[in-house]
Design a protein around this ligand. Sequence first.
Ligand SMILES: O=C(O)CCC(=O)C(=O)O
Ligand SMILES: [Fe+2]
Length: 410
Amino acid sequence: MDESELQITPTVWNHIDFIEDPKNFTYNEFFSTYMIGNAPCLFSSKFTQSWGSRKSWVTSDNKPNWHYLLQNFGDAVVPVANCDVKEYNANPKEQIPLREFISYWREYTENGCQSPRGCLYLKDWHMTREFLDHDVYETPAYFSSDWLNEYWDAIAEDDYRFVYMGPAGSWTPFHADVFRSYSWSANICGRKKWLLFPPGQEEYLRDCHGCLPYDVTSPTLQDANLYPNYSRCCPPLEVIQEAGEIIFVPSVWHHQVYNMEDTISVNHNWVNGCNVSVMWSFLQAELGAVQKEIGEWKETMEGWDRHCQIIMKSCTGIDYKEFYTFLKMIAERRIQDLEKGPPDSPSEGSLDVMVPGPQHARFDIRKIAEVLTLLMSNEDFQKLDKETLDPPPGEFLSRLQKLIERKSCT
Ligand SMILES: O=C(O)CCC(=O)C(=O)O
Ligand SMILES: [Fe+2]
């Protein structure tokens, strides 16, 4: 599956599957129907019932437990966006203590959702990284094949695990997720409204300059001079997510999100063998955009290709060399897992287990070999300084291919 294949998924979605019972929903089902199928779904609150945060962060009337949050995390400095101010299709952010955000929030609510500071939204707080020993939530096993967090945890640089907290009316503008990853998002308390567009529909939402909108509900989209293809766009899939429920947002599904009441959520972005080729398509598009931007210097600037990679890294968070390192690290870890010994779990021959096992490791290796093959045939990748790629990609790929033949990965 790559981005071009995603374009031909059905366009009209007016329904989201609701997964009611954890006992009747296997990893295999999630893997094949939702991750491979790149289709959204909504998990019932039974899936989050045992989480510490569902108890201690919420009062008996289902509101945020200010007292608990202040006592445990009040001094933490958190990123806060102003939903009333638009800055390049996003909202400007500031860093303030959680204590200050909560006192703002309480005042905002008491004043009928008004404040001279505007509507503030705490978002993208790397809370679990800061408070490792707190019982907040457990990542459901369905989302456990997560190469992004596995890689960034290992190099101890970053992670893609976030906490969001916002009053009724706070919202997230139209976007698709980082690296075109999957996302799961669970409401600890409160409700959200999601407007979801299947891959490809965003092309009809571009304005006459080719830019995507900030707010897909804005009446300006009806102006055919400004948004010439808007009338061809299907209506969004609208999903109301209740307290405790988890939404799965597939790759490249653009979305806009509203908090309908005081809401706290946790979310992870993740990539694995099912969508890594989508990430690779995205990285090529990002490099293409950089190359276009500084195209006029191509003939005169020494090391133009190297500069494009540097700019890409600073805008996108990753360059081609790091993407190779990322694939290599995940593959090496899977090889190690397989070498640890003969498979001892009943998972052999089946993906119908809750923890990724040997079958999954082999699937991962096969997918990495596929993307590595694409990477090696890419002109811009071929231009990278080979000395810095260790082991050389050709050598690494043939090692993977030998392993695949030997283990006859399916
Ligand atoms: O909850 C929000 O405001 C945005 C969340 C989001 O965009 C995501 O989980 O991908
Ligand atoms: Fe998102």
